[in-house]
Design a protein around this ligand. Structure first.
Ligand code: PLP
Length: 383
């Protein structure tokens, strides 16, 4: 599948204007906490950098453009962005969350927000009846992450948006795994989109950040108020780095996806591999929905190796190009062991039920040469 041509143009120019005083083509880093006022309360529109900063403003305009949203907000991490969304709820409200959600999202909801009398139901959202079963008049939010992590299940965003409307609830989509290049949840009826910009949007494994996009004025004002009042904002330098990263987002995503598809096909045909999860494979159980709502299948591939846990560890030790690390979405290829690393905080019974076992590995396929990446996997598998 192909990236929309205009996306290559959009990412280069999104939200960015030449700086008015000097004409600088790159947005300057306004490394300042405060701004001088002409008279009390009379200022240029900026008075304190938690409330607003010109470098961050450019980034927020860029975020909005990426998702085709009216508004964008920048946060100091993906989890800070999630917190700001959750904080618009009231005690007693209930949220339905996909069971295969990012480990840190589950931890945030279970360990920090459940005690404020918010109730989270974790269900398999590829099964709409399971979602309906736990819904009730207190359901105020559906929280979808698609493709899911680490098993890359695909949840039907349009179906979830219809259900959310019936329930009078908001639909939030964590779009981190697809990036705005491959999936536009607002077009399928989502109310709010969020990203960990630490991943594909940042793309260089050098910053932690988060984004929230919406076209609803009232929701934007509520979340912006949390951003201002609770203060989890990124600094101007992080904002600058992200503006720089966004310019190459489309070319990076194209290469991530091309490499991931080649690797998924290679793994699917290898005798040491038990099963492969990649939404781009025709054998993937949600391939059809993926084709409908995604413009590309992104760069994440998970698979189960045959053999014992010791065989898995030896395989990891033989890899040369893939580095063993948490996180994803950077230019370099990484491999992760979800059970022992990113998903260690998921309660064990749920981990078993989801299929996150000792033989499962998750690849974040980088932008290196596909031939080199496949050669690295091949020698490690055969070793
Ligand atoms: C990493 C990640 C998060 C959390 O973002 P941080 O920037 O690490 O706080 C949320 N959702 C998904 C899908 C992620 O991969």
């Amino acid at each position: 599948m192909a990236i929309n041509h205009s996306d290559f143009t959009k990412v280069v120019h999104a939200g960015v204007e030449p700086e008015p005083r000097t004409g600088a083509i790159m947005t300057p880093i306004f490394q300042t906490s405060t701004y001088v006022q002409q008279a009390p309360g009379e200022h240029t529109g900026w008075d304190y950098s938690r409330a607003g900063n010109p470098t961050r403003d450019a980034l927020e305009a860029s975020f909005a453009a990426l998702e085709g949203a009216k508004h964008g907000l920048a946060f100091s991490s993906g989890l800070a962005a999630e917190q700001a969304i959750i904080q618009i709820l009231d005690p007693g409200d209930e949220v339905i969350v996909c069971d295969d959600v990012y480990g840190g999202t589950g931890r945030l909801f279970r360990t920090l927000y459940a005690k404020y009398n918010l109730k989270f139901h974790f269900v398999d959202m590829t099964d709409i009846d399971a979602v309906k079963k736990v819904s009730n008049s207190k359901t105020k939010m559906l929280w979808v992450e698609t493709p899911t992590n680490p098993l890359l299940k695909v949840i039907d965003i349009r179906k979830m948006s219809h259900l959310a409307k019936e329930l009078g609830a908001l639909l939030v989509v964590d779009n981190t795994f697809s990036s705005p290049i491959f999936q536009s949840p607002l077009e399928f009826g989502a109310d709010i989109v969020m990203h960990s910009t630490t991943k594909y949007i940042g793309g260089h494994s050098d910053i932690i950040g988060g984004a929230v996009m919406t076209s609803d004025d009232e929701l934007h004002e509520k979340i912006k108020y949390v951003q201002f009042a609770a203060g989890a904002v990124p600094g101007p330098f992080e904002a600058f780095l992200l503006l720089r990263s966004i310019k190459t987002l489309a070319v990076r995503m194209e290469q991530h996806q091309k490499n991931a598809m080649a690797i998924a096909k290679f793994l699917e045909g290898h005798s040491k591999v038990e099963s492969v999860f990649y939404p781009g494979l025709e054998s993937h159980s949600h391939h059809e929905i993926a084709r409908e709502q995604m413009k590309g299948f992104s760069g994440m591939v998970s698979f189960n190796l045959k053999g014992t846990y010791d065989d898995v560890v030896s395989f990891l030790q033989r890899l040369n190009v893939f580095e063993l690390a948490e996180s994803l979405g950077g230019v370099e290829s990484l491999v992760n062991h979800p059970e022992k690393m990113t998903h260690a905080s998921v309660p064990e019974p749920l981990r078993k039920e989801l299929g996150i076992g000792p033989n499962l590995l998750r690849l974040s396929v980088g932008i290196e040469s596909a031939d080199d990446l496949i050669a690295d996997l091949d020698q490690a598998l055969n070793g």
